[in-house]
Design a protein around this ligand. Sequence first.
Ligand code: NAD
Length: 360
Amino acid sequence: MSKKILILAGDGIGPEIVAEAIKVLNCLRDDFGLAIDMQEALVGGAAYDAEGHPLPESTLDAAKAADAVLLGAVGGAKWEPLDISVRPEKGLLGLRAGLGLFANLRPAILYPQLADASTLKPEVVSGLDILIVRELTGGIYFGQPRGVETLESGERKGINTLTYTESEIERICRVAFDLAGKRGKRVCSVDKANVLECTELWREVAIRVGADYPDCELSHMYVDNAAMQLVRAPKQFDVMVTTNMFGDILSDCAAQLTGSIGMLPSASLNADGQGMYEPIHGSAPDIAGKGVANPLATILSVAMMLRYSLNEAGHADRIEQAVSAVLDQGLRTADIASEGTTTVGTAAMGDAVVAALREV
Ligand code: NAD
């Protein structure tokens, strides 16, 4: 039976980069027999303009009915003056909440061909392959009470609350161990257990879950040290698992190790393996419409989709090999160009990946 993919191009460069990912999916369907049905819908600013809301009910319903969602990016200056409840980013948060996407997977992989693109020394980052597993629907971003209140003195007080239940910690730790078992078999749980009781519980639960995975090694690190170690010696890590806020910060730090935001995919999964896949970058309004955006993060997001939600690891490998082959050919979009490489636009890069797919 065909698997259903919902495509949400979004705003800014979203439609440009998603168009290249669709070329790749069409090629896998037409030339390699991948059984998929693709449907498109509106999200973000584009949805607000058309329907007055960044996440129309019809889009959320289509997302729930799909096996996987491919998202471009949302947002842009045009929608910034809007009330926060209808800003494009609300569409994203609504999808995460509506689909129960509690596990955010962010690989930071440095293709050897791009070792010069990192601001770190090539020997520190060359061959980097780490996976950050961030809890996405709990923690301080959602905890109650929250808000800003005025005290009797007239001074205002801002409040946010960090909460995690044992079951929330357990399910994200299980995702991390399951994934580590398929790669380097090492999990580093990042917390601040020396100061925050909530993450003391996090550590306790991580240890309990780890006992079910005797083939995986579990270590613990305080988040401040983890930030330092990520830039000092990032290759020491295999899988890192952490809270929503710590993961938000550490995954951006890890992304920068690889030098280009245009190369990094991500996945957000729910308990049924249904997922939303998107590049980690935003809608890049500064380059939208110019045909220069790097589509590889979106194309690599399709590879993650095939691996994690559609159970098609062979096709995922094929895409990753095709991307590597294109880099070997010296083709680069402007964001990853360096001396001696050939700069190409968004569509030419997508075409090159499709051509390489037919050869791998
Ligand atoms: P951004 O990631 O859009 O852009 C940061 C810089 O990286 C820009 O210079 C941009 O040109 C460049 N860049 C990003 N993607 C690129 C690509 N594929 N190829 C080449 N260069 C690329 O971040 P920003 O400028 O802070 O945000 C712009 C808008 O995107 C805002 O409205 C923000 O809210 C939104 N945003 C959306 C998402 C999402 O949809 N998941 C994530 C982050 C930001």
